[in-house]
Design a protein around this ligand. Structure first.
Ligand code: ADP
Ligand code: MG
Length: 348
């Protein structure tokens, strides 16, 4: 079950088994669409579904989910909620990424021509640190009314993240890597991050390297996103920048995100939204989760099935123009899914 790059995948009798974590909000209905598309498309992947009770005061469900991913190597997930009032129960999404050492989150944002959006022809890859920085969850109230929160940046994680960004740029024919930071204020932590990226760039003379401060970056993204190619950044900036870019090209319902470590791969919608307010209304855009499932198929080596899903999504959005309300359309989630299936079954 070992892939050349070291990432694991379970395979029994020609079929892959992957872990499915539906999570909260619109997660379960989106997973239902993924399963329907896989079934109708004859895609040889079985799902091991693990439900995580948001209200639970222990992490037994989460531990089981993590064990399942360790066994299968691959997971598709919705956003997991943590409603426990016990402050010792941390965000389960964060714990899962940390336990599996999924040190990088990658979002490839490409705009779709026939969707109403702020900008056309955007094509940016965000490479985000996924396990440390502001997400260290080391907070305490040492003195009443004074809360401290630790931001952790390590040379080890910054180095492997920077290497990942430059390798990705090289292997995808990208011209430029931009490091995003706030090293003018956080001189030590973001300073280390920036210096590590700059040092890594010396190994890649064919790829241009520059850097930008996060606040200017947000302004530049909104006014001229075309200047960006590959962007690399610490965890919290990555969260914000990912959401800004997704917003530029059509919102939370379109783009998928990939989480990788040395051993495991987890696929999900890029903005990691829960979508509680629209759950159960048949209005959620199913595309982001279907794109995540296509990324997963690519990772598993099912290139043809991946291609078919992406092609059917493209035809549904661009030619048939079947759009859910988030894209100013009137279609139901199920209309989009049925149209995608209609295409997939005709491809030979
Ligand atoms: P978070 O979980 O970070 O709070 P939300 O669930 O509030 O994020 O999502 C942000 C916004 O994006 C909400 O308005 C939500 O309805 C919308 N949204 C998220 N996912 C989708 C989707 N798949 N289709 C349509 N709208 C979505
Ligand atoms: Mg919300």
């Amino acid at each position: 079950a070992q892939r050349p790059n070291g990432l694991l995948r379970a395979r029994y009798g020609g079929r892959n088994v992957v872990t499915m974590l539906p999570g909260a909000g619109i997660g379960p209905e989106l997973m239902g669409y993924v399963k329907e598309v896989f079934l109708k498309g004859g895609i040889p992947v079985d799902f091991e579904t693990v439900q995580i009770d948001p209200k639970s005061d222990n992490n037994d469900d989460l531990k089981y989910a993590i064990m399942s991913i360790r066994r299968n190597g691959v997971c598709i997930k919705g956003n997991i909620e943590t409603q426990s009032l016990d402050s010792a129960i941390f965000s389960r999404n964060v714990v899962l990424r940390n336990e599996l050492d999924l040190f990088v989150n990658i979002i490839n944002v490409q705009s779709c021509n026939n969707i109403s959006s702020r900008h056309k022809n955007v094509n940016v890859i965000v490479v985000r640190q996924n396990t440390e920085g502001e997400y260290a969850m080391l907070e305490h109230e040492g003195v009443k009314g004074v809360v401290e929160s630790m931001k952790v940046i390590t040379k080890t994680n910054s180095t492997r993240l920077a290497r990942y960004a430059f390798e990705l740029a090289k292997n995808n024919g990208r011209a430029k890597v931009t490091a995003i930071h706030k090293a003018n204020i956080m001189k030590l932590s973001d300073g280390l991050f920036l210096e590590t990226c700059r040092n890594m760039s010396l190994n890649y003379p064919d790829i241009k390297f520059d850097d930008m401060i996060i606040d200017n970056c947000c302004m530049q993204l909104v006014s001229n996103p075309h200047q960006f190619d590959v962007m690399v950044m610490p965890n919290l900036y990555g969260s914000i920048v990912s959401n800004v870019i997704c917003g530029l090209v059509g919102g939370a319902g379109l783009i998928s995100g990939k989480n990788y470590g040395d051993h495991y791969a987890v696929f999900e919608p890029a903005t990691r939204s829960t979508g509680s307010s629209i759950a159960g209304t048949n209005t959620a855009n199913p595309i982001a989760m279907l794109n995540a499932s296509a990324d997963m198929l690519e990772h598993l080596g099912h290139k043809m099935h991946c291609y078919k899903i992406r092609k059917a999504i493209c035809e549904t959005l661009n030619e048939n123009k079947i759009h859910t309300p988030d894209l100013n359309g009137t279609a139901k989630s199920s209309d989009v899914v049925q149209n995608i299936i209609k295409h997939i079954v005709t491809y030979t």
